[in-house]
Design a protein around this ligand. Structure first.
Ligand code: ZN
Length: 276
């Protein structure tokens, strides 16, 4: 069993961390310049550069792709919307495959506009996932379910706990995994049990910190070490469960988006070494 004081896995930069400062080419070059070995791009950044060019540029820089953000969001108001979400996920699977991503991060999506039917939205998530899963399996792309903090249930994620995500993994079988994001799961009284239950299904480990007070429920995340999450303890749980992958910094923060991106990466490296 790994100790919390052991070294974290290699650092990967989720491009949301420098979303407002850098396009994908700049983020790739920034990682290479700062010796950050991994990257996790968002699909809008990949589209802006072009999929083939993004894949080539990442490969030429010698970076691994810890994940592609993101798919999921299957709940929709009508059949047309549900079909569009499924088609979008099929494209995301292709993109993840082309990039050699270790997983496609899959979010729940919120309630359809005007709806109060939470069980219905969760059923749509299940059904959409079940529909795209065979394609993901054939492509060798792991769909990493990322439960988000329940505060985002209405508009971002009807998938809110590790237990719920693992129930889906159990029900639907091979090809699914978990994206364990400390920001979203740190509060969960069942965290230790559910991380152990996840075992080798943990496909991604996302870090940032929960600031007190937090000023925005989505865009005020902290650099690891600046908040209240015991990240090394959660990492130790993941490693004890069999996770041996990287540590992906995903820092959605209006504050950090105003900083010089090279300074952000320097701080990220220090935080990764000291607080992850
Ligand atoms: Zn995340």
């Amino acid at each position: 069993m790994s100790a919390p004081e052991g070294a974290p896995g290699p650092l990967s930069l989720n491009t949301a961390t420098v979303r407002d400062q850098w396009n994908l080419a700049q983020a790739i070059e920034g990682c290479a310049r700062h010796g950050i070995p991994g990257i996790s791009p968002w699909r809008d950044k990949v589209a802006a550069l072009g999929l083939a060019q993004a894949a080539r540029h990442i490969r030429d820089a010698g970076l691994f792709v810890s994940g592609l953000c993101r798919g999921g969001a299957f709940p929709a108001a009508d059949a047309t919307g549900r079909r569009a979400a499924i088609d979008d996920n099929l494209r995301a699977i292709e993109e993840a495959h082309a990039l050699g991503a270790r997983c496609l991060v899959v979010l729940g999506g919120g309630l359809p506009p005007g709806s109060k039917d939470l069980p219905g939205a969760r059923a749509m998530f299940h059904d959409g996932l079940a529909e795209v899963l065979p394609v993901a399996r054939a492509a060798g792309v792991t769909l990493a379910l990322e439960p988000l903090h329940p505060m985002t249930c209405a508009d971002r994620s009807v998938l809110t706990t590790l237990a719920q995500a693992l129930d889906l993994c159990d029900a639907l079988g091979d090809g699914l995994g978990i994206a364990l994001d400390v920001y979203h799961v740190w509060w969960d009284p069942m965290l230790a049990q559910q991380v152990a239950r996840a075992g080798r299904r943990i496909a991604a480990f996302h870090v940032c910190d929960w600031l007190v007070p937090t000023t925005d429920l989505v865009f005020d995340r902290g650099m690891p070490g600046d908040g209240v999450i015991d990240i090394p303890a959660i990492r130790a749980m993941a490693e004890a469960a069999g996770y041996a992958g990287c540590c992906e910094l995903e820092l959605l923060s209006r504050r950090w988006w105003q900083e010089d991106p090279d300074q952000v990466l320097l701080r990220a490296k220090a935080a990764h070494a000291a607080a992850c």
